[in-house]
Design a protein around this ligand. Structure first.
Ligand SMILES: Cc1cc2nc3c(=O)[nH]c(=O)nc-3n(C[C@H](O)[C@H](O)[C@H](O)COP(=O)(O)OP(=O)(O)OC[C@H]3O[C@@H](n4cnc5c(N)ncnc54)[C@H](O)[C@@H]3O)c2cc1C
Length: 390
């Protein structure tokens, strides 16, 4: 386990948050209501996290955060993943967007947008992906054209977690079509400036998270709502997405950990051919491999988080951790479901939901393929630097 790499304070924090989830969140049956789509977004969970001091762990106290760091975000995300991948995203989104507001926002923007998000009073969503571009983010078409003291934004966005009820969005748009990556800018766009929710998606998993398609038709946004500078969008994206990638992958580690616990318990009692399932090495060896992969995923996440907390950009470490940990968690869930046989495929256990929920983490916030691409690029860059050829 990774406990030997954590400080006493970090361990105490993790245990406190685990207790909070068990005592204050599980009884509310939020996860069940989300999965059956009886609820469109876990606003109550976010509010409770805000009140209990579990939002914005890596955001400065000055702006309503907890003044902790990325390691704490990763720890909280793993614990949340034991319950639901959707809740990982709901608790994390204020930090992911908050990181951008904290670093690139003006004092006025932080006061108006960051502080209420940290309290759980306002919901923010991330508007990057479009029907025409996801992985190739610099290929987006939403454009922002300067008009006096405003920008006029026109385009479409899709798959915005929380889009259904967000108070405002961080929208990535093209301000200079000729400059590709360098021609992107971020805007803080309030819902009632004219953003419309055009569709709520029916999803395999990750339900109750309000993932939707947005329309922006000549939305007039005050110039004061440009985040950072014109052309700084790509830098801001890369800055905020690192925390998001680590936290979302940590959620899969939480789900994988819980799934393996269920599989171990089940195989210790269930009998076939006169023996316990655990006595078949096809089961126990595979369990050992899966627990090892989940532990390794956690360690990669913590390494990347620590590097970031020490001021490193850590793009390679984040990419390695994201694909390895999210895949390890997903595979662990799939294996656990197999160990339980038919009953694993029913909703008597959370495994079928975990399988649906964890799958998306291999796609969103930069797919597994894109993470390999980023890691490979950095590995070659390092090699070139080391050999003096770079
Ligand atoms: C439930 C859900 C929630 C989401 N939440 C948000 C959100 O809140 N905000 C937001 O902006 N977006 C969100 N997304 C969007 C998500 O980030 C994108 O779906 C993801 O980045 C992939 O983009 P795409 O769907 O356009 O696929 P594409 O980019 O079209 O890729 C399709 C496939 O091709 C692969 N591929 C692409 N390029 C390469 C390459 N160079 N080499 C190898 N393989 C490649 C991809 O890995 C993928 O497997 C969400 C998506 C889902 C499903």
């Amino acid at each position: 386990m990774s406990d030997v790499f954590l400080t006493a304070e970090e361990l105490a924090f993790r245990d406190r948050y685990r207790k909070f989830l068990q005592e204050e969140i599980v009884p509310l049956k939020i996860v069940e209501r989300m999965d059956s789509e009886a609820t469109e977004y876990p606003t109550e969970f976010i509010r409770r996290c805000g009140r209990a001091g579990y939002l914005g762990l890596a955001i400065a106290r000055e702006w309503g955060g907890q003044g902790l760091d990325t390691v704490h975000e990763v720890l909280a995300s793993e614990e949340t993943g034991v319950l639901s991948t959707g809740l990982v995203c709901a608790r994390g989104m204020p930090t992911y967007m908050g990181k951008a507001l904290e670093r690139y926002g003006t004092p006025e923007q932080k006061e108006k947008y960051l502080v209420p998000v940290m309290k759980g009073e306002k919901i923010v969503a991330e508007a990057l992906t479009e029907p025409v571009a996801g992985s190739d983010l610099a290929g987006i078409k939403t454009k922002a054209v300067r008009d006096g003291d405003h920008y006029v934004i026109t385009g479409e966005k899709r798959f915005q977690a929380g889009g259904i009820g967000a108070d405002f969005f961080l929208v990535l748009a093209v301000t200079d079509p000729a400059a590709r990556h360098k021609g992107l800018s971020f805007f803080i766009v309030e819902r009632d400036m004219g953003v419309t929710v055009e569709e709520k998606y029916q999803l395999l998993g990750f339900r109750g998270m309000g993932a939707s398609r947005l329309g922006l038709k000549e939305v007039r946004v005050p110039r004061a709502n440009l985040l950072g500078e014109e052309g700084q969008g790509w830098e801001i994206f890369n800055y905020l997405i690192r925390t998001e990638r680590l936290c979302e992958a940590a959620g899969n580690i939480g789900a994988g950990r819980e799934a393996l616990r269920i599989a171990a318990e089940y195989s210790d009692t269930r009998k076939a051919f006169g023996r316990k399932l655990r006595d078949f090495q096809a089961i126990s060896f595979r369990l050992a491999e899966m627990v090892t992969a989940v532990d390794a995923g956690r360690l990669l996440l913590l390494r990347a988080a620590r590097k970031m907390d020490r001021g490193a950009w850590a793009m390679k470490e984040v990419a390695q951790a994201k694909f390895f940990a999210s895949e390890a968690g997903y595979r662990a869930v799939d294996f656990a479901l197999q160990v339980l046989g038919g009953i694993g495929y029913t909703n008597q256990y959370p495994l079928e939901r975990f399988l649906r929920d964890t799958r998306v983490v291999l796609i969103y916030t930069g797919s597994s393929e894109i993470q390999r691409l980023l890691a490979a690029r950095e590995i070659y860059n390092e090699l070139l630097r080391e050999t003096g050829r770079g």
